[in-house]
Write a new protein. Structure first.
Length: 337
């Protein structure tokens, strides 16, 4: 999230680099690892988009829209922001070194990561309502407006802060995200931005998932594993898997940010810039695979495509009992005659 930038962008060791922890091997490893993950992740995302459009049982279910929006946001991170980061890691500086590219890099990073976090929180809340109080989000406005608000409001927020905030902008092409937008050096506005973009979405995601988990466990013992329970378990498990991926990366970074905000401003600061700042890319890179696992409709289609020889036509399964019933009926009629 942009909070990673806000917490770490004011570090400068005087040489413009991190000679103790950053080595040529670590740079090559980060570049190779991220690139190796990017290719299959992009293919998986495109596959999910294709089947979401193709399969009516997917796009007819409203609870899938928040997941698809989350997938789209993370796909944009992987295809628009991450390539610039990979270029920076490979060449050890921004290439080409231009202020326009710095503005683009900063804006996309600051916008997309918080948007993903807010959609994650909203998806967790909506999943609770879909399972237990569907009547509260049974209209298009109540369902789609909460998902549409984060990208709209955050676009305005960061456009104002990055391009129009009254501060002297300075770019260092040898630093991650060109050392960041100048407003993050202003203590108050930088802290407010970090709280809104990083802290609040993480807290809301934790709270909503805990509430959902408690309610699901309560329903499990109340309904004794009936059909409704199986549907509830499926819907809850999907959002739990995605939330676990999200929180496993962002919760530690958020805790580090709180420690730096309240206790030690230099707490794990260099480690964050050299290594932890790149961990956030695991969320958009792994998100498509988590979504794929949680969508049995898509996995079933892919299995049939990859193994066409083992496919069993549904019509054959239906014809067999019908034929037996027909023969039985004929035998009974003949016996009566």
């Amino acid at each position: 999230m942009s909070g990673v930038v806000n917490e770490t962008s004011d570090y400068d060791d005087g040489s413009g680099s991190y000679p103790v922890l950053e080595t040529s091997f670590s740079k090559k490893f980060k570049f190779s690892f991220l690139l190796a993950c990017l290719i299959p992740s992009t293919i998986c995302s495109l596959t999910l988009f294709y089947y979401f459009i193709r399969l009516s049982e997917l796009h007819r279910k409203r609870h899938n829209y928040a997941i698809i929006c989350l997938l789209v946001c993370n796909f944009l991170i992987a295809t628009t922001e991450l390539p610039v980061t990979l270029t920076y890691v490979h060449f050890d500086q921004l290439v080409p070194p231009s202020s326009s590219l710095c503005f683009y890099w900063i804006f996309m990073n600051y916008l997309l990561f918080p948007t993903s976090g807010w959609i994650m929180a909203i998806a967790s809340l909506q999943r609770y309502f879909f399972i237990f109080h569907k009547q509260f989000i049974n209209t298009h406005l109540k369902h789609y407006l909460p998902i549409a608000l984060p990208p709209i409001l955050l676009s305005i927020w960061y456009a104002v802060l990055i391009f129009f905030y009254p501060c002297q902008q300075f770019f260092d092409y040898t630093q991650l995200w060109c050392i960041g937008a100048c407003y993050v050096f202003e203590g108050t506005i930088g802290t407010i931005d970090w709280i809104l973009s990083s802290l609040v979405p993480v807290i809301l995601t934790i709270v909503f998932n805990i509430v959902l988990c408690v309610r699901v466990v309560y329903q499990k013992y109340k309904m004794h594993r009936g059909r409704t329970w199986r549907t509830t378990r499926k819907l809850a498990l999907q959002i739990f898997m995605i939330s676990f991926l999200f929180l496993s990366i962002y919760l530690p970074l958020t805790l580090f940010g709180l420690i730096r905000l309240w206790f030690d401003p230099m707490f794990l600061l260099v480690l964050t810039m050299v290594y932890f700042a790149y961990f956030v890319y695991l969320v958009p890179l792994l998100m498509p695979f988590i979504c794929l696992i949680s969508m049995p409709e898509v996995t079933a289609k892919i299995k049939r495509t990859l193994h066409p020889g083992t496919r069993i036509e549904p019509t054959l399964l239906q014809q067999l009992p019908l034929t037996m019933i027909t023969r039985r009926h004929i035998q009974v009629q003949n016996a009566k005659i």
